[in-house]
Structure formats: C-alpha cells, structure tokens
Design a protein around this ligand. Sequence first.
Ligand code: HEC
Ligand code: HEC
Length: 430
Amino acid sequence: MPSNLGIFEVILNCQPLKKLILLLTFTILFFAGYGQSCEVGGSLFSTFEDIQLLLDENNCGSCHAEGKSEANWNYDSYASFIKNGDCNQPIIIHGNASDSYLYSVISGTDKLCSESAPTHKLSETELDRIETWINQGAPEHCLPLYPEVKAIFDSNNCQSCHAQSNALWDYTTYQSILGLNSDNNCGETKTVAIGNASLSLLYDKINDDGQVECGEPMNGASSPLSALEIAKVRDWINGGATESAATLPVVLTSFESHETDMSVTLSWTTEIEIATDKFSIEHSTTGRGFEEIAEVKSTGTNGSSSSYSYRHDSPSFGENYYRLKMIDLDGSFNYSNIRLTRLEVETAEMSISPNPAMKSERLKVTWYPQKGQEQAYLNILDPNGKNLHRKIIFEGTNYVRLPALIEGIYYVLIEDYFGGFLLERVVIIN
Ligand code: HEC
Ligand code: HEC
C-alpha cells in the first residue's frame, strides 16, 4: 500500500464491515472536531479550544497573537484571553455574553477604544457560537458537573479534613459544597458565588496564585491539585455550579425576533424546562445596557418542551436588540443569545449626544439611514464650512472622538453614499 493514501482511500481499501466502522468513526470525529466538542447531559458545549479554532479560522491571530505589536490582547492561552485588554474592559463576563466586551467587539455594537482598529464583525452563526459559549460560563474545558468536582477533591484527599463529621465546610452534598450548610470564616466572601469563580472562596483557596482572602491556601499539601483540576473547578463555578445533567439551565431550541407592522414579535421554544419560573424579556437599542420590558411566566412542566411568544409594541426605529433572562424558581438565571431586529425609517434620522459636549468627550452619534444603506461619511465642520474631521460611520450607534477643537459651535454633517445628507449643530465647551 503506498504510504501517502488519504483517509478516504484507506477506508475504501478495507473490508466492508471495517469500512463502515471506520467511516462512522471518521464522521463522528469530524463533526465532533468542528464546533462543539464537549457533551454534557446530552447537550453539546464548546470549549476554549473550539473558540480558538473559530478565531483562527477568522484570521484573528494575524494581529492578536503573542508578539504581534498592534494589539496587546491575544488568545494564545485562556489566561491571556480573559485578561482585560487595552481598553481596560473585561473581555468576558462569564454567563453574560451581551455585557462582555468581546461580544461588542465582534458584533459591532460598540466601537473599539482604539480608533485605528479595523472592523471586527463576525458572521451571525459565528457570533451565535461565541455568545452561547460565554453564556454557558466561557469554560476552558468541558463543563464539569458536581460529581466530577467532588471526585477531584476526593482524589486529592480533601475529605481527610473536610468530612461531614467535623465542623468545617464539607463537599459531601451539593448543598454543603455551596456553603449553604455553614457560614465560612471569610466574612462577606461567598464559599461559592455561582457564576463567578473569582468571587468564590472555594476557588480562592485552591487557585494556586499564592494569595488567599483569609486563612490558608488549600491546594492539597500532600497531593497538590493539578492545573487542569483547578481550571475545572473554576469552569464549574463560572458555568453556574450545576449539580447534575437534570439541573442544567433551560436550553432554547430556538429564539427569533421579527417585525410585524412596526412591532416586533419574539418567539422561542425550550427543550427541557426544569424548575423554570419565568422569562424576563430585555431590550436595548445599542446591544448594551439591556432593560426589562416584560415578563412571561414559564408554562413548561418538568422536562417538557414549550413554545412562547411576545409582541413588543413600542420598539425604536433602527436597531432593537432582545435577550431573554431565563429565571429559575430558586432565583438563579442565565441569558439567551441576543437577537436583533431593525425597523427601517421613512427618512434618515440622526441624533447626537451629549450636546453641548466637553472637548474631551466622545460624541455618541446615532444614525438611522433609509433602507438599503449601512454606511455614510461623518464630517465635523467649523462655522465657515471648513472640514475638520471625516470618518466612516455605520447604521446605529457610533462613537466619534473629537479632533482638537476650541470651544464654540460646530456642525456634524452626515453624507450618505447616495447624496443624501443630515446636518446638526453641536456646541463644544471646555
Ligand atoms: C488587522 C489586524 C486585526 C485583526 C485581523 C483583528 N484585530 Fe482585534 N484589534 C486590532 C487592533 C489594532 C485593536 C485595538 C488595539 C487594542 O485594543 O489592543 C484590536 C482590538 C481587539 C479587541 C479589544 C482588545 C483590547 O485590548 O481591549 C478584541 C477583543 C479583539 N480585537 C478581538 C479580535 C477578534 C476576535 C478578531 C478576529 C475576528 C480580531 N480581533 C481580528 C487588530 C486586529
Ligand atoms: C490538613 C487538613 C486539610 C486539608 C487536607 C484540606 N483542608 Fe481545607 N481547610 C482546613 C482548615 C483547618 C480550614 C479552616 C481554616 C482556613 O480557612 O484556613 C480549611 C478551610 C477550607 C475552606 C474554607 C471553608 C470555610 O468555610 O471557611 C475551603 C473552601 C477549603 N478548606 C477547601 C479545601 C479543599 C478543596 C481541599 C482539598 C484540595 C482542602 N480544603 C484540604 C483544613 C484542610
């Protein structure tokens, strides 16, 4: 057999049964390798490696890799990925994609703090995958459930001091590992702050960074926890500290928004609802700073699937972002991915704030073009009509850093590519 046979040729040269088995294995490996490589309780999850692959496919590494000078943030490792970037905004908020800076960067809902940065928009499907991953806690590894965390501690002999029999914290039951059975010795710090490992005493005790909020570090004197085990406990907390597959958060099988006669209808379907209380519907016109507009009670009975819809009668012109906050009976919640519906306007509109603006401030320029237009030029003119600044803006919200101006009156002129324009006066103060 020549040595350079491709995988398909190898398959073709085998016995029929072997052929089938190989083909099946190959198909499974192929699909598992792409996208969501981790399975928890029958649902597929992404790991950090899947996200790295996705970013690589989009060539993000050409600017964001260790040693590239343009941008300091990189995703070579999980640690460098979650670090605050140059704009000093948390790149990830575990469990909350829409408030994560990464989301605003790749969805185009916020302009980067660096004016020289290129546009960073990803496709809807890729955005959806990254959102889902962040909403699931942005785990580095395959999301563990409580029994796996317990097994990690058992294998590191934590039970030699932390067993139910003594007065210390113990992890023998789900209630006790959360610290619900005892007050910890660390004041305000929660033993497990669900969804936030960095605020959790348990993670603080084991994370091996050489510091603890109070008391002694606990990374196992006789058998120290491995980096992977520490990361797993962190992922578990960030992912919602889930007890078992049966208590995994509600899974939406679909969530859509569409326009009907100047109102927006949202519809969603759940797969398995367990102890879901209600859905809070949240709205925003910028993709950030969501506010609740309504609540819908859950009608799902344990384990069944249900369909819901809600009509938003007073959406805004331009962009309307929606997300669902899915709240359980015990008050815990998780977010859905975001949906965007645009309402087209009859005539283009713009608004500028603040106005008057301070010299050092960024202007927020909101532009709603007529159908079919997405970009325009924004010009800042002095009272004599001299052009001081020109840049491309996009439909929706844009942030414009002012050129060095002295106090006075200026004009913002938006020129679209079809010759239409909008003009507004801005006052600049010291
Ligand atoms: C052509 C070069 C280039 C490419 C390609 C690129 N970026 Fe950027 N990116 C930049 C620059 C320049 C900045 C702004 C400088 C900075 O903030 O470090 C930036 C900023 C960022 C930030 C904010 C970082 C911070 O420091 O706050 C994130 C997150 C980011 N990019 C993600 C991505 C992702 C994800 C991709 C792939 C879809 C990508 N970038 C592709 C050049 C690029
Ligand atoms: C040799 C005994 C011993 C071992 C082994 C041990 N611990 Fe501890 N642990 C203690 C003592 C004593 C305290 C209370 C004093 C303190 O906080 O430093 C404590 C406190 C804690 C706390 C804070 C609890 C609270 O309510 O304040 C956590 C969380 C914890 N340990 C986790 C672990 C984990 C996880 C392991 C296994 C990797 C472990 N411990 C192994 C003795 C031990």
